[in-house]
Design a protein around this ligand. Structure first.
Ligand SMILES: [Zn+2]
Length: 476
């Protein structure tokens, strides 16, 4: 940590830009003015753009090990296949947390929300490994261990048919005890490390588990996070399970609120949207995975018109299959133009940046601390090199950043005042060593496509395929 003076840098102001000096002292933005007395490390900001850091508001870091390798499948069957991959060890979880953090930082992100898949029997070790990775790299992190008390096969609607399920290996009480322990051991917000209560989703959790999460998060003022109505099958299941929509059920259980962020929200109706607005809940839009898994197009323009806070996530690398926040912002910005002929509702590049920065901060109850270039806020900042070929010629810097295809444009990143990226390179981590570790611990493999002999062997996917096809009205 130190003092930095960024001189004559472009920042967005209103509809245009201003050239200004920005000073960082300790953890915070200390001053913003046309000309400041240079102190500490002086950085030439000419031909550079300074923005608040983005929030990668939903991912599953350990999916890095499966990226590029799962066939085109809908969510439920994709999950079946994902669950049949060999279990990771904590060292792999550590490495994939590093990889996720690096890709997030090098695309302008300063905060990651990791909905972390736990290794059965090594739940605490899993969280410790991810926490160690994030602290070493220096990214602000929210780790929400994926907890559930029902097995994956229960996530399919029954269509009136009786089915039996093996019980999930973690009971309600196991889950709540684990979370209380993790909160006591790892929740250190002053160090940029936060634990959140993040049940997998209503489709895999009992009401008692969701209520238990509400109680524990309220007791410690923690954020809540979950998947909400990502797929058509989940919408159907909710009516079978609750007799109402999943959004309505979460409201009844007290799960929604201004500390709650909800990944996906693809299959919500007008009444559900009103519930999200009334409870000040945040929608995390994951356009890449929604397309990759055929989940649908979330009604993002409707959320925005209803006053619902919306931000962006990459989602896990097995359904994206990248952690480039700028890519998620671009697609999340332009995808919705196809859903409404009223172009005045469309998302502008500046709107998209606002959603990815202050919108992300708001969803984590941190809008008073990060998310804008404001004196006194934490210095979570990204500096972009506007002379990079992919950002030329000189037109609108934010238009180029959001609508273009920016390539290695991040010059510097600060998180909580700590310089973690310097001249386009990680300052806190040897990326060559990380690359070697990821290389050494993996093998070239083929993607198995449905119907081909190379189709990956996955008993769980096979078990789920027939009931999935039946409830979705697909031929046998
Ligand atoms: Zn997810």
């Amino acid at each position: 940590m130190g003092t930095y003076t960024i001189q004559q840098v472009l920042i967005p102001v209103g509809q245009g830009y201003e050239t200004i000096d920005v000073q960082i002292e300790g953890e915070a933005i200390a001053a913003i003015a046309p000309h400041l007395e240079p102190t500490g490390t002086v950085i030439d900001g000419r031909n550079k753009l300074l923005l608040p850091g983005f929030v990668n508001a939903h991912t599953h870091s350990s999916e890095l090990w499966q990226r590029g390798s799962i066939a085109p499948l809908p969510l439920e069957l994709w999950l079946g296949e994902l669950c049949d991959f060999p279990l990771l060890d904590p060292e792999q979880v550590y490495l994939s947390a590093l990889g996720t953090a690096v890709e997030t930082l090098l695309s302008g992100g300063t905060t990651v929300v990791d909905h972390l898949t736990l290794i059965p029997g090594q739940e605490k070790e899993t969280v410790a490994a991810a926490v160690r990775g994030y602290q070493e790299v220096g990214i602000r992190a929210f780790v929400g261990p994926l907890i559930q008390d029902q097995s994956l096969t229960t996530s399919l609607p029954t269509g009136g048919e009786m089915r039996t399920h093996v019980p999930h290996y973690m009971s309600l009480q196991d889950n709540l005890d684990l979370m209380a322990d993790l909160v006591a051991n790892f929740h250190r917000p002053e160090a940029g490390m936060n634990i959140m209560l993040a049940p997998t989703g209503p489709q895999l959790c009992s009401n008692a588990l969701l209520t238990g999460c509400v109680e524990l998060s309220d007791r410690h003022s923690l954020c809540r996070h979950t998947h909400l109505l990502e797929s058509k099958a989940q919408q159907m299941l909710a009516y079978e399970k609750y007799g109402c929509s999943a959004a309505e059920q979460l409201q009844r259980l007290g799960f929604l609120g201004d500390r709650t962020s909800l990944a996906h929200c693809v299959w919500l109706d007008a009444a559900d949207i009103a519930i999200l607005a009334a409870t000040h809940s945040t929608v995390v839009h994951n356009p890449l995975s929604n397309l990759r898994l055929g989940s649908g197009i979330a009604p993002i323009l409707k959320y925005r018109q209803a006053g619902v806070n919306v931000t962006f996530g990459c989602d896990g690398s097995a359904s994206n299959d990248s952690q480039d926040v700028l890519e998620a912002i671009k697609l999340g910005c332009i995808l919705h133009n196809t859903t409404d002929f009223e172009y005045r509702h469309w998302i502008t590049p500046k709107d998209a940046i606002q959603m990815a920065t202050l919108g992300g901060a708001t969803g984590l109850n941190l809008a008073d601390q990060i998310g804008s270039l404001t004196v006194g806020k934490k210095a979570d900042l990204a500096l972009y090199n506007l002379t990079n070929l992919s950002l030329l010629p000189r037109t609108d810097p934010i238009g180029l950043l959001v609508l273009g295809r920016p390539t290695q444009v991040v010059d510097s990143v600060w998180v909580n005042g700590r310089l973690v990226v310097q001249q386009g390179e990680m300052a806190t981590l040897d990326v060559a060593t990380l690359r070697q570790e990821l290389f050494d611990r993996s093998q070239w493999d083929g993607i198995g496509l449905p119907g081909q002999s190379a189709y990956r062997h996955s008993p769980l996917r096979q078990e789920m395929e027939a009931p999935y096809r039946r409830v979705m009205g697909l031929p046998k």
